[in-house]
Design a protein around this ligand. Sequence first.
Ligand code: UTP
Length: 318
Amino acid sequence: MSSPTSPTASAESRRAARKAVIPVAGMGTRFLPATKAVPKELLPVVDRPALQYIVEEAARAGLAEVLMVTGRGKSAIEDFFDRQPELEALLEKKGDESRLAAVRESTGIAQVHFVRQGEARGLGHAVLQAASFVGEEPFAVLLGDDMIDVRDHLLEHMLTVQRAHGGSVIALLDVGRENIDKYGAVAVEPADDAAMDGDEVVRITGLVEKPPVDEAPSSLAIIGRYVLAPEVFGVLRETPPGRGDEIQLTDALATLVERGEPVHGVVFGGRRYDTGDRLDYLKAVVRLASERDDLGPPLRAWLREFVADLPAEGASPS
Ligand code: UTP
């Protein structure tokens, strides 16, 4: 699977990842004022918090130990993943089996641990807080506001690439050159790996955080899934604050590439929702609700009428 010119990794670094880190300590400023008191990761996508879908995704990929990096104002996240004996007893007494199952399901998905990031000093700094939990093995990072559709298998594909090549693997999405300045951007070379269900594998040759559009190396953006080699911790400790005065994970990955460590990308061809962005959040709620067996039929009927009545673009709604 590895190309003759690609940097090589030790057999040790090809060990399977077993642990997931989910940073949830960010401020969520794009969703203010809601996020003054409610973590954006707990905003409901239909009837479950975005974060529950993400923990389920980690568990489906075989990562049953999860560390959340939390911060001030995020204690509701710890409550959500804790048992609620009084609520369970009440639902049991009422004989409400389906809601009881839903409440219990949310606490049984994975073994969830917590560590605090004292100050929101950036994604790289958040990941660094996981060093002692992770130890010397590869691990996954899933951003707490980035949802991948349950029908797509991005994380599994990334874990497969990591086991084949060692080193680190990052998820990429073609966002179009005009949008690349909102993301980490990458320079890539083809890899000779076979594509997996429409997800293409590339080798990363450079990374830059939120470049101006005319300086971006490509239109491929880094999205919220990573499988990282433990060497990233040593690099993060030496990474100075970068863009936005934050310690950037992108900068640490750029250092790994410069040092000749293998870093691959999986270009995602499926459905992704950035639930930290208001428009993407709304799209996620509508799409997922319209596909559900319980809510879908009445919602789709209403949506058809709603869309038919929409005023032409430029006209104001009545
Ligand atoms: P975002 O870039 O979405 O930042 O972080 P944010 O502060 O949460 O949101 P906005 O842009 O102000 O609306 C990406 C991920 O990294 C986490 C966030 O919780 C989110 O899951 N993060 C970010 C941390 O855990 N710590 C940080 O210092 C920064």
